[in-house]
Structure formats: C-alpha cells, structure tokens
Design a protein around this ligand. Structure first.
Ligand code: PLP
Length: 471
C-alpha cells in the first residue's frame, strides 16, 4: 500500500508544466489506492490478480492525465475502472472463441471440438478421483491406458496400443525406443515438416538415431530402401505426407512392398500416419485418407497417429501395432515424460466409444459432422446468418478445409457470409469482441464460413458483426 502511494505521488510529477485549470483537473483524479478498492468491489481482481490490476489502473490514470493536459474533462471513477477492465480483458488468456474460418481442425484454435459424450466424461473425472492407474478387480496398480487399449485394438485390428501426450511424442518415443544409436531409413519425399516445428529429420536426431535418406523428392523405389540397409539399420520409417502432396511424375513403393522388405530383413516398419482416420471417409463422401486399420492389415508393425485430427478427440498420440514392438516403448524412460493426463484419457475413451457404430461417429463427433455437412445445409445456415446480420452481408460459396495438416488438397464445397466493410478493420474488431469471432479474409473481403459455426451461435456472430460495422 505504501509503495502504491509513493509511486502515485511520483507519477504526479509532471504537474508543474500544466496550466492552472489542468492542474486542478489532475488533482481531482483519484489515487490508485482508492481505485483499487473500487476495483476490488467491482470484481476486477478476478481478471488479473492484484499487481496486474494495479498496473492497469496506473495506465488508465496516466492516459487520463495526458487527456486532461490536452484539455479533456476529468473522467469519473467508473470510466477509469472500465478502461482498466478493458486492458485486463485484452491480456493473454485462454478463452472460448467462435471459429468462422471454415477450417475444421484449426490447430491455432484448438483442433477438434469434443463430442458431448467426451465433454461429459471429462467433467465426470475432472473434479474427483478416477481409476487412472488402479485395477478395480485386484485393488492393485493398473496401467494408465488400459481403458482405451482394447477399444483401439478393436477399432484398428491391432494387437496392442499405447497412448501418449501427442503424435509428435508418439513418434519420438517410438524412434527413441527402437532406433537409438542406429539408423532410420526414410524416403526423401517424406521428410516433412508439420506445423509448429515438428520436422521428421529433427525428431529422428532427437531420438538418438541417424537419418538415412533414400530416393529423391518425387521418386523412391523399393530398391532404394534395399540399397540403404546396413547392420546399423534399426527402423524403416514411412511418413504420411499430411500437409502436402507431390503430384505429377512420382513413385513410391506400395505399403505391401515395404512390409515385404521389413519381413525379409526382420526390421520393424514404423508408420507416422499423422491424422490417422479410423473410418473410411471416402465412404462418407469425403476425400480419401488412409485408415489406421488399412496399415495394420497390410502388416505395418507400429502405427502412430493423432487423437485430435480426423479422429476428432482430445490432443493425444496413439501407437498401435504388435505387442512385442510396443513392449520396449512401455519400458522407455521417455514414456513418463510424455504420458497422457486423465482429462485427455477420459475424452479419448468417450470419443472412441462413439466409433463402435460408424454412423453414430459421423453424427456425434463434431469434426466428422462438420466435415461431412452437406453444402445445402451450409447454404441454409449462411442465409440465416446473413439475414440476422442485415443488409451489409452477402451469401457466397466458399471452400472449407479439414486443416490440421489433413486432406491438404481437398477443398470442401461450402458457404460463407461476406461482410461489407474494410476487411482488416472488421476482422480486428471481431477478434476483440466477447466472445471473439475469427473469420478469414479472401479477395479483400471478410468471410464468415458457417461450416465451423454451430447453429445456436449464429445470433451471437450476427450481433458481433453489427457491433463491428457500427463501431
Ligand atoms: C500432425 C502430425 C504430426 C504431429 O502430431 P501432433 O498430434 O500434432 O503432435 C506428426 N506427424 C504427422 C505426419 C502429422 O501429420
């Protein structure tokens, strides 16, 4: 308190320069201490904690002094508190946003929204205890991912499964446990970088192995793999080029050929499948994406994939394959550092249960439902949103994307509302709205793509747009 008073007096130091009327105005400003008490009463401390609130109040007072010296009237306490409150609300904090980008698995917006069943399961275990590592039959210690292992085995046809924090961790763990000190053979066409700095060559190095590149960017043949094999070779790695496609004059060995080479040499074939669809999406009117089951059926020894891409669950890394291949991963010290937490595990279990019936999964898993929404439904939604916004909005066809580095070249036909006005300014105002609305800009127009907007959020989005246009 003492410190606040002292600093407050020091901040009043510029007074000498002011005209007499301004000086009286400056003296009429409240002290930080008085504002802090009012802020406490107004619940501002919940927004940022004491020191952040004090800093915000000081900034509001400093702005007021500048304004008074320029001839502005003295603001009342409520105005100063509102300014401080707005500054606190703008501080970095995790909060829900409305995704109007049309990108379903938007990594920056948290990838897959969870199914209601998954949210309920998270809520059920979050505030209390759960048998996370406790075997209810024997009363002894159990394994963390026993709850989902049998589900994953059923859904993929694999013998065993292991779940970690994310797919980057899954690949790192697999290479650390199977290839450290040796060599990993990968096609040059598969040395991918996934968003956020996950680069296959660096992950191999981090796993303590040496990368051996084979083939060329566009063509790699089985003979290239064969020629690279040495006594130091530990793993044949196949990486799904999630976020790009090499088109034209290309070649890569069929999965069956690689499996054959792995069998012949006794080397493990590990596949980083990236998104790892559990369902045949082509059968649901979506672009084809390799399924985990197809890889297991083909004979891949270990498949790694994400929990929050096309699976539509929580952030998680899933490894399925031969039990003997997973055993060294379970014993590896890195497993402890990359283990999954109980909330994600709860969400994953509930999401996987929905897959017992593929039709149910398509309806209940939000990512799948949004990807498969028919264009006519999206058009009707866009018409409704435009009507709620009013005159300054136009319904336009728009291409949606899966995002998250999945189905990169497949644009999904959909609909959006184009909002009239300066696109950058409107976009910035919508980002500052509560809740923030995130659109996308195309051809200098702000588009609100309705694929990723729930029906019941449309009135909120429309209100945000009207406020942004009116501001
Ligand atoms: C997305 C992706 C990863 C990283 O997965 P996370 O779950 O985001 O850690 C790794 N490899 C491939 C091929 C991917 O597509």
């Amino acid at each position: 308190m003492d410190e606040i008073g002292r600093l407050d007096r020091r901040e009043m130091g510029g007074v000498e320069e002011a005209r007499p009327s301004s000086r009286a105005g400056l003296r009429a400003l409240p002290s930080v201490q008085r504002l802090l008490e009012a802020a406490d009463g107004a619940g501002l401390l919940a927004l940022g904690g004491r020191s952040a609130v004090v800093a915000a109040l000081r900034a509001a007072l400093a702005d007021a002094r500048t304004a008074i010296l320029a001839g502005a009237p003295v603001p009342d306490d409520a105005t100063l508190l509102a300014a401080a409150s707005a500054a606190l609300a703008a501080a970095p904090a995790l909060r829900p946003v409305l995704n109007a980008t049309g990108i379903v698995l938007h990594t920056n917006l948290g990838r897959a929204p969870l199914a209601e069943e998954a949210v309920a399961m998270v809520a059920a275990v979050a505030g209390g205890y759960a048998n996370l590592e406790f075997d209810l039959e024997s009363g002894r210690r159990g394994t963390r991912d026993a709850a989902v292992e049998h589900l994953l085995c059923e859904l993929t046809g694999a013998e065993a499964a292991l779940v970690v924090n994310n797919n980057a961790a899954a690949v790192l763990l697999a290479l650390s446990a199977l290839a450290a000190g040796g060599e990993v053979v990968v096609s040059r066409g598969e040395l991918v970088e996934i968003g956020g700095g996950f680069r296959i060559p660096e992950v191999i190095a981090q796993g303590g192995a040496r990368l051996v590149e084979v083939g060329t960017t566009n063509k790699t043949r089985l003979a290239d793999y064969r020629a690279a094999l040495r006594p130091e070779t530990r793993v044949l790695l196949r990486v799904h080029p999630s976020n790009y496609r090499i088109q034209g004059f290309t070649a890569a060995p069929a999965l069956a050929e690689l499996v054959g080479l792995a069998r012949e040499t006794g080397l493990p074939l590990v596949e980083d499948l990236g998104s790892g669809a559990l369902l045949d999406l082509a059968g649901c009117g979506l672009p084809n994406e390799p399924t985990v089951r197809a890889s297991i059926t083909a004979g891949v020894d270990l498949v790694a994939f994400s929990g929050d891409k096309l699976l539509g669950g929580p952030q998680a890394g899933i490894l399925v394959g031969r039990a003997a291949m997973l055993a060294p991963l379970r014993r590896h010290p890195l497993l402890r550092a990359v283990r999954i937490d109980k909330l994600s595990l709860a969400a994953l279990q509930a999401t996987l249960r929905l897959y017992a019936d593929p039709r149910q999964a398509m309806e209940r898993v939000p990512a799948l439902r949004m990807l498969a929404t028919p264009a006519a439904v999206l058009q009707a939604r866009a018409v409704r949103l435009a009507a709620l916004i009013g005159a300054a909005a136009e319904v336009v066809p728009a291409e949606g994307f899966a995002g998250g580095g999945t189905l990169p070249v497949a644009a999904l036909p959909g609909w959006a509302v184009a909002v009239s006005g300066p696109a950058d300014t409107l976009a910035a105002r919508l980002r500052r709205h509560d809740p923030p609305v995130i659109g996308r800009i195309a051809a200098a127009r702000l588009l609100l793509d309705v694929r990723t907007l729930p029906e019941d959020a449309l009135p909120q989005v429309a209100a945000a747009v009207r406020a942004a246009q009116g501001a």
